[in-house]
Design a protein around this ligand. Structure first.
Ligand code: ZN
Length: 313
């Protein structure tokens, strides 16, 4: 993971895993033209950034400290929890909306080039390839992304819509992931019938993401109760952090994480401990992800600020 750039105060990081699909596609197409992988890389990166910055700029408007990461399966925007469902819905919709707007501009340029010279893309095959890919990602993928299948943007939107209608977390979780699994299955069957093996594989991943949560949520047994074993580990971990032994604190926090049925309060303490200790170790990327899940205390805020500053450098 390395810091790529900062655009309008929003840090953009690149995970090395982002290069896997690029290299794979490059090896496949480099015989056709050396420039083809380059065109592919530029179009893909620009399209992902437009989509993520749709999310990120609206999140920044609400001061949610967004940051963007590009990785193997596309882009991700991390931000602080939105103040209400309306703001959250705006942040979610802005991604596909930015993609569709970008796609429309490219389509318009493509149309005017072709009306000036109907053979334009045939004479400039590299531009033709780039154009086709840009339309595919920005128009088609933006529309697919709006389907109410978690973890696509449409799935998040469905959850926010349900929460707005009725704040029943358990029931809404079941609806969102039930719908996600059912539509995912439909997508797998459609893709398999159309001979799109990779599409079918992605569909299976979507189903799994939903089923995992449904099973977790429907797990039998009593509601989470206070766990004394967890309490001891947390106290030891907090003491270790207090005496400056961050490595030991992280080790203990991971043990707490492995304890099943933590209470809400224990979970909060676990993320706080893990986030603060990881910050001390200078592992700012991971630390931010942990701190994101910790409740807002003064120490957590200070650690977050430290991570964001360190990552911007
Ligand atoms: Zn998105």
């Amino acid at each position: 993971m390395f810091q790529l750039m900062v655009i309008r105060g929003i840090p953009v990081a690149l995970s090395f895993s982002y290069l896997f699909p690029v290299v794979l596609y490059g090896l496949e197409t480099i015989q056709i033209s050396v420039m083809l992988p380059v065109v592919y890389f530029i179009v893909l990166t620009a399209s992902l950034l437009v989509h993520e910055f749709g999310h990120a700029l609206v999140a920044a408007k609400y001061r949610l400290e967004p940051r963007v990461v590009l990785w193997a399966l596309g882009g991700l925007t991390f931000h602080q929890p939105a103040p209400d469902t309306r703001a959250e819905a705006q942040v979610i919709v802005a991604g596909p909306a930015a993609g569709l707007a970008f796609g429309a501009v490219i389509w318009g340029i493509g149309q005017s080039l072709q009306s000036a010279d109907p053979l334009f893309f045939r004479k400039n095959p590299l531009l033709g390839e780039g154009y086709t890919l840009a339309i595919y990602i920005n128009i088609w993928w933006s529309l697919i992304n709006l389907l109410p299948i978690f973890p696509l943007d449409g799935g998040h939107l469905l959850r926010v819509g349900l929460m707005r209608y009725k704040r029943d977390r358990k029931r809404n979780t079941q609806i969102v992931h039930g719908v996600g699994a059912a539509l995912g299955l439909g997508a797998v069957l459609l893709a398999w019938n159309a001979g799109m093996r990779f599409g079918a594989f992605l569909g299976v991943l979507l189903i799994w993401e939903n089923v995992k949560i449904l099973w977790g949520d429907a797990a039998p047994g009593p509601a989470p109760t206070h766990n004394h074993h967890g309490d001891d580990l947390l106290a030891d971990g907090e003491a270790a952090l207090g005496r400056g032994d961050a490595r030991e604190a992280v080790r203990l926090a991971y043990q707490v994480k492995a304890v099943s049925r933590l209470s809400r309060e224990q979970t909060d303490r676990m993320w706080t401990l893990l986030g603060l200790a990881t910050t001390e170790l200078g592992d700012y990327d991971d630390a931010l992800a942990y701190l994101q899940r910790a409740p807002n205390t003064e120490a957590v805020e200070a650690a977050r600020a430290r991570c964001v500053t360190a990552l911007r450098r």
